[in-house]
Design a protein around this ligand. Structure first.
Ligand code: NAP
Length: 242
């Protein structure tokens, strides 16, 4: 079987990506932090789509959990190389910078940016050794344009974009691609509190996107067909600022 790891696979974009990868024949390792019930729903959907998977609970913002849980899986499953990694788990804690507690800066940077470094590091060596790998990082329009109230979130996503472009150049000759997908407003729990009608006039497509519309491009970038695309950022935002 071909193995894929999706961080934050229990809900939203991560769930849609997990299903897409299942349809592509991947065994999907579903990472989540708290919501085991939702993670199990994702697993059931993966099975309904003809594949299989497993849950892997760890905090992507914790270096020690990544090493002890993901690291241990890699160590004990030497015959199973994860060839697709989707760094999707992310959070936002919005506030004007002047009012932003230091902890909200730290938590968002740790969860959205440090996670890229430690999760990717745990499995990159095997991809390089196999001379094949697809790394797709879910970033945000906020990391490109910058959005007021999101100094922490914008910094974390811009950081992942810079890191992805650098890593793409390090591992390109080894058959490993590293790309980013930057959603605009997508209908998930993260945007539940935002009224889409308020944005109708500024989004050219006049609606929020669906998680499946993000998963479609993640799936393509994770496929063999995307073999000559690396270091890119693909926007999925209905025409809203690029
Ligand atoms: P969501 O519906 O809030 O789901 C977040 C997912 O991330 C859940 O599976 C959650 O797990 C997991 N997660 C959160 N913190 C984690 C941690 N510390 N360790 C492990 N897993 C963790 O979010 P979403 O809208 O699908 O967002 C997915 C990605 O897209 C994020 O990186 C987000 O920044 C990005 N994005 C979203 C939008 C949008 O409009 N929705 C726009 C731009 C970018 P639990 O279920 O266990 O909590």
């Amino acid at each position: 079987m071909k193995y894929a790891l999706v961080t934050g696979g229990s809900r939203g974009i991560g769930r849609a990506v997990s299903i897409k990868l299942a349809q592509m024949g991947y065994y999907v390792i579903i990472n989540f932090q708290r919501n085991e019930e939702e993670a199990n729903k994702t697993l059931a959907l993966i099975r309904e789509n003809g594949s299989d998977g497993e849950l892997m609970k760890f905090d992507v913002g914790s270096k020690s959990e990544i090493e002890s849980i993901l690291g241990a899986w890699v160590e004990t499953n030497k015959d199973k190389v994860i060839e697709v990694l989707v760094n999707n788990a992310g959070i936002r804690k919005d506030n004007l910078m002047m009012m932003m507690p230091d902890t909200d800066w730290d938590t968002v940077l740790r969860t959205n940016l440090d996670s890229f470094f430690y999760v990717t590091k745990a499995i990159l060596q095997n991809m390089v050794a196999k001379r094949y790998g697809r790394i797709v990082n879910v970033v945000s329009l906020s990391g490109i344009k910058g959005l007021p109230g999101q100094v922490n979130y914008s910094a974390s996503k811009a950081g992942v974009i810079g890191a992805s472009k650098a890593l793409a150049q390090e591992v390109g000759r080894r058959g490993v691609t590293v790309n980013c997908v930057a959603p605009g407003f997508i209908k998930t729990d993260m945007t539940e509190a935002i009224d889409p009608t308020l944005y109708r006039n500024i989004i050219p497509m006049q609606r929020f996107g669906e998680a499946e519309e993000v998963a479609a491009i993640v799936g393509f970038l994770a496929s063999k067909e995307a073999s000559y695309i690396t270091g890119e950022v693909i926007h999925v935002n209905g025409g809203l600022h690029t």
